[in-house]
Design a protein around this ligand. Structure first.
Ligand code: AMP
Ligand code: MG
Length: 521
């Protein structure tokens, strides 16, 4: 394997001088050196062929023992010095102090095909930040992270990537539903890939500890390495940096809302400073269009991280980041201005995104109302988000409302509920929509082509990941590969894959892993 290591983070930022792998508060450092745990009997289960190619691995590399060993943690790459990062975070609205990479270990930064990447193992053993946990990950959550990272990338959503999925060969004890029924599960390790895994929490921890020197070093480093759009230095540079993080975060959230992704744990330690979707845990995909839905059972009571709340939670998180950066600027006005701008920019971007989903290329008066009433109508009876928007492109300008409604019938979970006031609401909406289409300059075909590029045909429905997990538990990895391939082209019609363009089956409605997920992973 030919890997060009080029570490910058560890070269330029202060390391924890203590190399012991004992759990502790780490002060005055951005990271701690730590070696991955050697797994009992590692097996390579799946590789993202595309990510492997991006990183310059050959087919022979992927078949080699060296690949399996490095990406399961069995062997440390020559010339590398793995490390875990120190960060804090607000969890469910409360400052939680030091968290850090409790089970993530960065192997190295590398250069491949002109790009720089950090390789990070998740589930490769304890670190100084493991607190009371074991540093491990189980197969089910690792499959979910591996498949979803790659699916999100192909959907066009900013995200960390996943290179590989290995079984560790060890058993890991988990109480999946936190109900006192702990059991052994298969341990697994994913190799995640991103330009950087820095989170809001990496900055917050220094601010919380009053360590301005390291706060400044880390911000300067981040701007230098990852924010080429920030040209100024000094206070103006920090303000521009914050604005840039805000823009990237906003863009990410718009994409989540477009495809129906619910992160599930938008704590500030799970917010990437690069605006990438990070930490795939109890995430879920909206099936019925229910803006109040959250997949995370740990969050069921307040549903803080429900679908419809994601835009405002991101803003709340940005306020926390602003607080952390404030000491470098010592003026609240520019932060307030930026945070204010989030609201207006978000409404503009959201309106544009939703207009694209329903095939409107012009922006006309009345569009907001059309969109608002669509949102309300979608909530009347259980209506599958993915199927609805994908099918909507089949509506023709010259259709009657009833004919148009017939195009999306497949989206309703209970077609018999489509009657009376509900049916009338839909017919009214389609009536208004068809009138509005008359104002468009595009023809049906052009509109369909454009709509099919923003409304995916295939997403990683919650039960689909669970099918891959159930098969893998029995040693059959073919479903992982099938879904990986399917989700590489989420916008394409794929003959032979129609079964994945279907509503969630009834058995999955209340099944653990399909509609209910805990943070246990
Ligand atoms: P999360 O909300 O899952 O992103 O995790 C919050 C914090 O808990 C992070 O610092 C994680 O590294 C840590 N953590 C989660 N699971 C484990 C585990 N099994 N072992 C060690 N640390 C963990
Ligand atoms: Mg996390």
């Amino acid at each position: 394997m030919d890997i060009k290591i080029s570490d910058r983070f560890t070269k330029e930022l202060p390391a924890d001088p203590n190399r012991n792998n004992s759990r502790r508060q780490v002060l005055g450092a951005c990271f701690s050196y730590v070696k991955p745990r050697v797994p009992g009997d590692p097996k390579l289960v799946h590789v993202s062929a595309e990510m492997a190619a991006n990183l310059g691995f050959s087919d022979a590399d992927l078949r080699s023992d060296a690949f399996r060993d490095v990406f399961s943690g069995a062997r440390v790459l020559d010339g590398s010095d793995p490390y875990a990062m120190c960060y804090g975070g607000h969890q469910f609205g409360h400052w939680a102090g030091q968290l850090g990479d409790g089970r993530a270990i960065n192997l190295a930064e590398i250069e491949a095909r002109g790009e720089r990447w950090t390789l990070q193992l998740k589930g490769a053993g304890e670190t100084p930040y493991s607190r009371s946990a074991d540093g491990l990950a189980v197969l089910r959550s690792s499959i979910r992270e591996h498949l979803c990272s790659e699916a999100m990338y192909h959907l066009g959503v900013p995200t960390t990537r996943s290179l590989s999925l290995c079984l560790s060969g060890d058993e890991v004890m988990r109480d999946m539903l936190y109900d006192g029924n702990a059991a052994f599960e298969k341990g697994a390790i994913v190799c995640r890939v991103a330009p950087s895994f820095l989170r809001f929490g990496n900055f917050q921890i220094f601010a919380a500890r009053g360590d301005m020197e390291n706060l400044k070093s880390l911000v300067d480093y981040t701007i230098e390495q990852h924010f080429p759009e920030v040209l100024e230095r000094g206070k103006q540079g920090y303000i521009d940096f914050f604005n840039s993080v805000l823009d990237r975060t906003l863009k990410m959230i718009i994409e989540w809302q477009r495809v129906g992704f619910v992160h599930g744990v938008m704590n500030t330690d799970n917010m990437s400073i690069l605006g990438l979707t990070i930490d795939y845990g109890p995430y879920g995909w909206l099936e019925g269009y229910d803006r109040d839905w959250t997949p995370n059972t740990t969050d069921a009571q307040h549903a803080r991280y429900r679908f419809g709340h994601q835009p405002s939670v991101a803003l709340w998180n940005l306020y926390q980041l602003a607080n952390a950066l404030y000491p470098l600027v010592e003026d609240t006005a520019p932060f307030e201005q930026a945070l204010q701008r989030y609201k207006s920019d978000f409404s503009i971007a959201y309106a544009k995104m939703m207009a694209a989903k329903i095939g409107l290329s012009k922006r006309l008066e009345g569009d907001d109302q059309l969109r608002g009433s669509l949102q309300a109508t979608l909530g009347l009876i259980e209506t599958d988000m993915t199927i609805f928007f994908r099918s909507l492109s089949q509506v023709g300008m010259d259709m009657q409302a009833g004919q148009a409604l017939a195009q999306v019938l497949e989206a309703f979970y209970d077609p018999e509920a489509l009657e009376g006031a509900v049916k009338k609401a839909w017919l009214d909406w389609f009536g208004a929509y068809l009138l509005r289409l008359q104002e468009e300059a595009t023809n049906d075909e052009e509109r369909k082509t454009a709509m099919d590029l923003v409304n995916p045909k295939y997403v990683l429905r919650n039960y689909m990941a669970q099918l891959a997990i159930d098969a893998a538990d029995g040693g059959d990895y073919s479903v992982i590969e099938e879904l990986y391939e399917l989700l590489r082209k989420p916008y394409a019609e794929q003959s032979g894959s129609e079964k994945w363009f279907a509503k969630r089956p009834e058995w999955a409605r209340h099944k653990v892993g399909c509609s209910m997920l805990s943070c246990s992973s």
